[in-house]
Design a protein around this ligand. Structure first.
Ligand SMILES: Cc1ncc(COP(=O)(O)O)c(C=O)c1O
Length: 402
């Protein structure tokens, strides 16, 4: 066999997100782009903010002497100091440049962190529904993903987490605001989780690291607030990405930050710098490091996401779909009206609506809508959603109450 069996199996199964995205491209070519409502991929539709674009232009036209060269594997020291300063202000923790490693997005950060801390056979808790790549990232380094379930409202379910912990648990991956549910975890739950981990750590006398994957940290809707996991959980490694807050997912820029409160923080940071190098990243893209240094305090424009979210939640609810309104990120994760969500995803496709089945995130019976699309796409999709609801919830559509 030319390739490793687990890679072969992963390739065979494919990613549901990618499958639906590719189906969207096919349908758009067949039916015209304006006739297809593609909610498959978390690819922000907007342009980067002008401050960032301007900085990229000025770097490209008048590059500083070191711009295109190797630098320390952790990234430019002045950039790391700037990022650390912003992170220190938002978490209240004394982050410095020494805690920071610039990475190729959150995906790079998570792979670096996992490589640095895991030994083969170590367990990593992921909470379903989850960003499916976590399973692959853990397996990349011989780790074993263990799944805990979230509660019905997608918040942390401590009983499920407690049951999933074992003496082999080395890390927990947390994602708030969450992809695919939009759940934002409150401070008290994060503190409770820290207590739960501390109990287990007492038994094993070894730290359990929390990989806090936070690419949607700045995308939080009114009425909700993001509480930084690093401020509640002692052994946190923050994985951040500028893919979603600055609309540059193709540029591959983010960072990993080891909390100053984490056990063996210095040793873990050094290990992560080494892993950034030997996993083949070497360093994060240099031009983008310099560019994002000026964007640390920028807040994304949430007006379109909020309008998209509100229009979809209102239309889906009126059509009969049970929806938990997301507190952050740009996803909805409604329950499928048909027990078999694959049947529903196909029915949606007949209406030219592309969504991803919940099984792509470890929870069947649901589907994901990525609403980081243009407002025009959302508005023109609403009649199709109403028709789709009419297939499953005919009584609501006739104005009756239940
Ligand atoms: C929860 C989550 N984590 C990580 C990533 C990877 O982000 P990046 O583009 O920074 O690698 C994504 C991308 O969609 C995501 O949704």
């Amino acid at each position: 066999m030319p390739i490793s069996p687990d890679v072969r199996e992963a390739v065979r199964q494919g990613s549901w997100i990618r499958k639906m995205f590719e189906e969207g491209a096919r349908l758009k070519a067949e039916r015209g782009p304006d006739n297809v409502f593609d909610f498959s991929l978390g690819n922000p539709y907007g342009e980067p903010p002008e401050t960032l674009s301007e900085k990229i232009r000025s770097l490209a036209s008048a590059p500083p002497a070191d711009l295109h060269r190797y630098m320390p594997n952790a990234g430019f020291p002045d950039v790391r100091a700037k990022v650390a300063d912003a992170l220190a202000r938002s978490t209240g923790l004394p982050f410095t440049g020494d805690h920071l490693i610039m990475t190729t997005g959150a995906a790079g950060a998570l792979n670096v962190a996992l490589r640095a801390i895991l030994s083969p056979g170590d367990e990593v808790l992921v909470i379903a529904p989850y960003f499916v790549e976590y399973l692959f990232y853990v397996r990349n380094v011989g780790g074993v993903p263990i799944v805990a379930e979230s509660a019905e409202n997608f918040q942390l379910d401590m009983a499920s987490i407690r049951a999933a912990l074992s003496d082999r648990t080395k890390a927990v991956i947390l994602n708030t605001p969450n992809n695919p549910t939009g759940a934002v975890y409150p401070r008290d739950d994060l503190l409770t989780l820290d207590g739960l981990l501390a109990e287990r750590e007492k038994r094993t006398n070894a730290p359990i690291y929390v990989l806090s994957d936070e690419p949607y940290r700045k995308i939080v809707f009114p009425g909700f607030s993001f509480f930084p996991p690093a401020a509640a959980l002692r052994n946190t490694l923050v994985a951040y990405s500028h893919s979603k807050d600055l609309n540059v997912p193709g540029e591959r820029i983010g960072y990993l930050a080891v909390s100053p409160r984490a056990a063996d923080a210095g040793e873990v940071s050094d290990a992560c710098v080494f892993c950034n190098r030997v996993l083949g990243f070497v360093n994060a893209p240099s031009l983008m490091q310099r560019a994002v240094a000026v964007a640390q305090d920028l807040a994304p424009d949430l007006s379109v996401y909020q309008a998209n979210r509100d229009a979809l939640v209102a239309t889906l609810r009126a059509a009969g779909f049970p929806v938990v309104p997301p507190g952050g990120a740009f996803y909805l994760f409604p329950r499928s009206p048909s027990g078999n969500e694959m049947e529903f995803v196909e029915a949606a496709r007949e209406e030219n609506i592309l969504v991803v089945p919940g099984r792509g995130f470890g929870r069947e019976g649901h589907f994901r809508i990525a609403f980081c699309v243009s407002p025009e796409t959302v508005m023109s999709s609403l009649p199709a959603w109403e028709r789709l609801g009419g297939r499953y919830f005919p009584r609501q559509n006739q104005g009756e109450t239940r």
